[in-house]
Design a protein around this ligand. Structure first.
Ligand code: VG1
Ligand code: CO
Length: 545
């Protein structure tokens, strides 16, 4: 096998964000752009030399092209074996599962997650380490540094290889195993959940489900698990064939992007009474009942309160973690059950140490992500199965389960307001303005809310003692309400300001308010404190979840 050493010059913008390097497809299409970043990964991840690499992506435009390049570069960089999903498809959670099961040295996931795809959309690349989780910041910082000085990359001189069916072949000294994309993952789910109990929900017609795969990677997984193994009726999975452009849609599972699904749930003429969706790479989830939406922060709290009812967690849980902006609903459950609750920066990579150190069993984020110690990524289908298993045990609807939870623990009204594509300088100045105020806000009163504490969130990892600063400005009020501000680390156009607002209401008599109304006063305060209207020239957020 001939190995070419290609001369190249560095790009200055290859700094990974919240979840890998995410850019417009046309940025990745610049000559040597993808190759430079991949070589930087190989330069830092030394254990891949002579090691096992897992490779796959969410099937978006450029996925197939990138897979071929990475295979050739892996061979040229001394990787001993690659496991690649058939047609280059692997969901993010299944990569994590496969890395752990086969003791791989790392994995490369090609995905921009919930960002739109297609030639004009986004592409991304992310590296996971041998525990199956996203590489920690120390690793991604090192990759970024390497990318700034790179001057050549190595690539095998071979024709594209055929990966459309499971098989084994060699490229030079490297073995390539094209694997069934869904088998290992489906088997793992069957071990965690009570499949016979869930199956009888479907076969008895008690539950009619609709799962929206959003033309993204979970389609084949969902069809295998729900329609084949659990015998939900054919057609339960909609938009189940992965498309390069996600059918022109936005593969983000929230109420704004799942109209077909919500119409099915909310129409009086259908019997559909359980709905779910997942994102581009399969790590997010949305759960809905008939005319009822489960807030993801509540979902984490409900899972925590009921985990012992699920076979995979029957011995109970050791602790939980949530990201800073996630509502504090789970904190109430942790306190009542006397287990630890950790608050981390945004992004799954911060949960890895806590899981590896066995400090937590479950974790989650407000951004439609939840997961457990079964892998080291958030896991969309896992969350859906968790809810199905819960319904089978409790014999209650999604709404009844959620309302009972609020009654016991109180309700956290919660919303996130996103202001997208703001000028980056304006966004940076807005955050500066908030930081400058943060030291003097405590004790001040805004209409009926009194500030208890305000700071710029800093995380001390209790396991490796690493410190991560500037993770969001949080304003805590005396009545347990809270506002958090931060800038997105996954966008590809300008800056996105995220404002997270929550209010705790213990009294069950007040659990029926409309969320935006219940939070109206705090939403107003959030706008005033950050001077959003004046600074960003925006009257309304672009997306409300
Ligand atoms: C967003 C979410 C964050 C999530 C990240 C990756 O990041 O807020 O909670 O972990 O996306 O999710 P940001 O920096 O844009 O707020 V995914 O499904 O893209 O892997
Ligand atoms: Co995702």
């Amino acid at each position: 096998m001939k190995i070419n050493h290609i001369q190249s010059t560095p790009f200055s913008d290859q700094k990974p964000g919240t979840s890998g390097l995410r850019k417009k497809v046309r940025v990745f299409q610049q000559p040597h752009y993808l190759e430079n970043f991949v070589q930087s990964i190989f330069n830092i991840a030394q254990s891949l030399k002579g090691g096992l690499l897992v490779l796959g992506g969410d099937g978006r435009f450029y996925n197939g092209h990138a897979i071929q390049i990475i295979l050739k570069m892996a061979a040229a960089n001394g990787v001993k074996r690659v496991m690649v999903g058939t047609n280059g498809l692997l969901s993010t959670p299944s990569v994590s599962c496969i890395i752990r099961k086969y003791k791989a040295d790392g994995g490369i996931i090609l995905s921009a997650s919930h960002n739109p795809g297609g030639a004009d959309g986004d592409f991304g690349i992310k590296f996971n380490i041998s525990n199956g989780g996203p590489a920690p910041t120390s690793f991604t910082d090192a990759v970024y540094e390497a990318s700034k000085t790179i001057h050549e990359y190595r690539i095998a001189d071979i024709e594209p290889v055929n990966i459309d069916t499971p098989r084994r072949f060699v490229i030079g000294d490297m073995q390539v195993d094209v694997i069934d994309s869904v088998a290992d993952y489906s088997e793992m789910m069957e071990q965690l959940f009570d499949f016979p109990a869930i199956r009888s929900l479907f076969t008895s017609d008690q539950l009619q489900m609709c799962f929206d795969a959003m033309h993204a990677v979970t389609g084949p997984y969902a069809i295998e698990i729900f329609e084949k193994r659990l015998q939900a009726q054919a057609g339960t999975v909609i938009n189940g064939i992965p498309k390069e452009d996600f059918g022109g849609a936005h593969p983000d599972p929230n109420l704004a992007h799942t109209k077909e699904l919500t119409d099915r749930l909310n129409s009086p003429s259908t019997k559909t009474n359980f709905g779910a969706a997942s994102d581009g790479d399969g790590d997010r989830n949305m759960i809905i009942g008939k005319n009822f939406f489960v807030n993801p922060s509540d979902s984490l709290a409900i899972m925590t309160a009921n985990a012992h009812l699920i076979p995979g967690y029957k011995d109970g849980i050791v602790g939980v973690a949530r990201s800073l902006p996630t509502s504090r609903a789970v904190d109430k459950v942790a306190a009542a059950n006397n287990i630890s609750c950790y608050e981390t920066p945004t992004g799954w990579k911060y949960f890895g140490n806590l899981l590896d150190d066995n400090r937590i069993t479950l974790c989650g984020e407000e951004s439609f992500g939840s997961g457990s110690n079964h892998i080291r990524e958030k896991d969309g289908l896992w969350a859906v199965l968790f809810w199905l298993n819960l319904i089978a045990v409790k014999q209650q609807s999604v709404e009844d389960i959620t309302r009972a939870h609020w009654k016991q623990y109180g309700r956290h009204y919660y919303t996130r307001h996103d202001y997208e594509a703001i000028d980056s300088d304006i966004a940076a100045r807005l955050m500066e303005h908030l930081r400058a105020q943060s030291t003097s806000l405590a004790g001040k009163r805004f209409s009926s809310y009194q500030v208890q504490l305000c700071d710029d969130f800093r995380y001390l990892d209790p396991v490796d003692k690493s410190v991560t600063e500037h993770q969001g400005v949080r304003v805590l009020f005396e009545d347990e309400s809270r506002i958090v501000y931060r800038l997105s680390g996954t966008g590809t156009e300008g800056a996105t300001l995220r404002v997270y607002i929550e209010r705790y209401v213990a009294d069950p008599q007040q659990h029926d308010m409309d969320t935006q109304q219940a939070l109206a006063e705090l939403i107003h305060i959030a706008g005033e404190l950050a001077e959003i209207k004046a600074r960003c020239q925006r009257d309304q957020p672009d997306v409300i979840t």
